[in-house]
Write a new protein. Structure first.
Length: 306
């Protein structure tokens, strides 16, 4: 065990190292929206083993075991998941395979190698009926197949002796399709915008979340931690903020209730996440959602112009 100063996090990281070599951290779902930022934000002490579907289909136990045994990671950051919420409603079996069986295979490999497992989870484990934000100790009660599968995935991850479950929500990032990019794309194509006004959450940039996950790992946080950009808003307010940042606030946008949106899935209305653990762990809360969104929109527009 060595203490290594990491300039990225400006704190002392406790890192397990073999023969003074950097610790290997395997990242599943490395080609996904969050996985790309987790790989890109790795601190210097970590040697990242990015795992995509090309390396292993995590639904296949032999492939999962083989790729993780070969990598011999000290830690696995499990970002891979079946993330199509409406798809999970229509086809719960496939969602179960992607979120529960795949996590079971990852946790079996983690246990046999002796690796730590970090599992990324979601506000969809809650029903969203509470009036106050949901902290880590709040009772879970998923109301759709996606939430059920992610909760069962959490329970798989908890069976690894050293585990961390990071619940987050309303992700957007440069590495994948997401709500904000879809809104701005629709606005610039001159389409009418209708956005749900009665769902509240914490919009979170995958870049900030990725940095936060590395800080939690460095602090050897365990159990469940909620991590989002700070503050909450409705979907409509999130869309309006994105349009304002893009200089498109003259675009017409109508607020609708979630029941008017054509979706087969019941979604939690007020599943705002909050953390009662970050301070005790010694990790700073992430910046406000509004600041993060401003920076993201400007990067996204630059990319679209190129
Ligand atoms: N997006 C959100 O708003 C949100 C909110 C809260 C929590 N989360 C959680 O955050 C995590 C990352 O989400 P994300 O938005 O970055 O998801 P994403 O962009 O959909 O990425 C998921 C990645 O996992 C891969 N994957 C899925 N099943 C696999 C399998 N059986 N074997 C190998 N690879 C597999 C996918 O590969 P393919 O593309 O080939 O399928 C994809 O690259 C997930 O755990 C998700 O539940 C997301």
């Amino acid at each position: 065990m060595h203490f290594v100063d990491t300039t990225e996090s400006n704190c002392y990281a406790v890192v397990e190292m073999n023969n003074d070599q950097p610790a290997t951290v395997a990242v599943t779902g490395a080609a996904g929206m969050l996985g790309q930022d987790v790989c890109g934000e790795a601190p210097s002490w970590a040697r990242v083993a990015p795992l995509t579907r090309d390396e292993a289909d995590l639904c296949v136990p032999e492939e999962t075991r083989a790729v993780l045994t070969a990598a011999q990671p000290a830690t696995i950051i499990h970002c891979a998941a079946y993330t199509d919420v409406d798809g999970a409603t229509r086809d719960p079996d496939t969602a179960w395979q992607g979120n529960v069986l795949a996590t079971r295979h990852v946790r079996q490999a983690a246990s046999s190698i002796g690796a730590r497992l970090i599992y990324v989870s979601t506000d969809y484990v809650f029903d969203g009926t509470a009036s106050a934000p949901y902290t880590e100790s709040a009772p879970v009660n998923p109301i759709n197949a996606y939430g059920e599968s992610k909760l069962a995935g959490e329970r798989e991850a908890m069976r690894v002796e050293s585990h961390l479950i990071v619940r987050t929500q309303w992700l957007y990032g440069l590495g994948g399709s997401n709500f904000i990019a879809a809104i701005l794309d629709a606005a610039r194509s001159g389409r009418d915008l209708q956005v749900v006004q009665n769902e509240r959450g914490c919009p979170t940039w995958t870049l900030d979340l990725a940095r936060g996950i590395w800080r939690l790992l460095e602090r050897r946080a365990d159990g469940i931690v909620h991590l989002t950009n700070r503050g909450a808003c409705t979907r409509l307010e999130m869309a309006q903020a994105a349009l304002a940042e893009a200089g498109m606030d003259d675009v017409s946008i109508t607020g609708i209730d979630s029941g008017e949106w054509p979706s087969p899935t019941r979604r939690p209305l007020n599943a705002v996440l909050a953390s009662e653990r970050l301070e005790e762990i010694g990790v700073e809360p992430l910046r406000t959602w509004r600041k993060a969104l401003g920076e993201y929109v400007s990067l996204l527009l630059d990319r679209w112009e190129d």
